[in-house]
Design a protein around this ligand. Structure first.
Ligand code: BTN
Length: 257
């Protein structure tokens, strides 16, 4: 696995439907670029989230951007990459807005059990370019109260921690510098060197959870960790099982009457 490209090329837009969609639509424009393209937007009209949900951002209270990586091989690195990005963001948040952040597998970042940032990884395979991976990131920097209460799941923003609106350019610059360092290790050694640090941040570690799979099946088990590829390990009634996708929630208590 190799990225080859070591520097970033930033493109700023006032308005786009979705930064990730924009990159995927224009992927051929970037194929010869020697730099990693980063697309940043002020107003994102149709932000995409995981599990086909919408992602809502707010100007100027959100940091909204996507970047494109080209792998020479293999989809198997994608799970690890997705976890790596969450670790990268947590490291940056801890530096600029120190607090106890937690991660919910695979890559939601939480503060006080409320989501503060979302990551969407999309990929396209091409025999000439290898695997192109678009990493889309939304960070809640300072959102209006009304906006926060309109989202159907609990969210929060960095302003709750810092009590001042963080400079979004600074946040982005720190993220890209950190990412550059993480990728230089990841492209040689994969996710393994980061696994322990990631697991310490996992909010659901050792907890009894339900894993909801895309085919609507639910698996019940205790979170036993993640693999070197970033898959979730669950201790289930059938023994240890690994999962590359799914959505976890704490297991609801069964009433004993
Ligand atoms: C999630 O559901 O948690 C993932 C949200 C990812 C949102 C970001 S914002 C920038 C990029 N463009 C999109 O349309 N989505 C991602």
């Amino acid at each position: 696995m190799s990225f080859h490209k070591y520097y970033f090329h930033l493109n700023f837009f006032d308005q786009l439907d979705s930064t990730s969609h924009y990159i995927l639509e224009n992927i051929s424009l970037y194929s010869n670029s020697q730099k990693i393209p980063v697309v940043v937007v002020e107003n994102q009209a149709k932000g995409r989230g995981r599990r086909k949900q919408r992602w809502f951002s707010n100007s100027p209270g959100s940091l909204t951007f996507s970047l494109l990586l080209n792998f020479e091989l293999d989809f198997k690195y994608l799970s690890g990459l997705s976890l790596l990005i969450s670790l990268c963001l947590v490291r940056v948040f801890v530096k600029l807005a120190p607090a106890e952040y937690r991660i919910k597998w695979p890559n939601d970042i939480l503060f006080n059990e409320r989501k503060i940032s979302g990551i969407l990884i999309e990929s396209k395979n091409d025999i000439y370019r290898g695997v192109s991976v678009v990493i889309g990131i939304g960070v809640n920097v300072k959102l209006p109260k009304q906006f926060i209460s309109n989202i159907e799941y609990p969210i929060t923003d960095l302003y709750q921690i810092t009590a001042r609106r963080l400079n979004r350019n600074q946040l982005l610059a720190h993220f890209l510098i950190e990412l550059y360092q993480l990728l230089s290790v990841f492209q040689i050694k994969g996710f393994e060197p980061f696994r322990e640090e990631w697991m310490r941040l996992h909010h659901y570690h050792n907890k009894s959870v339900e894993l909801h799979l895309p085919d609507k099946k639910t698996i019940v088990g205790v979170v036993a960790g993640v693999t070197n590829e970033g898959q979730l390990i669950l201790k289930t009634a059938n023994g240890l099982q690994n999962f590359a996708i799914g959505d976890i929630s704490l297991r609801s208590k069964v009433s004993t009457g």
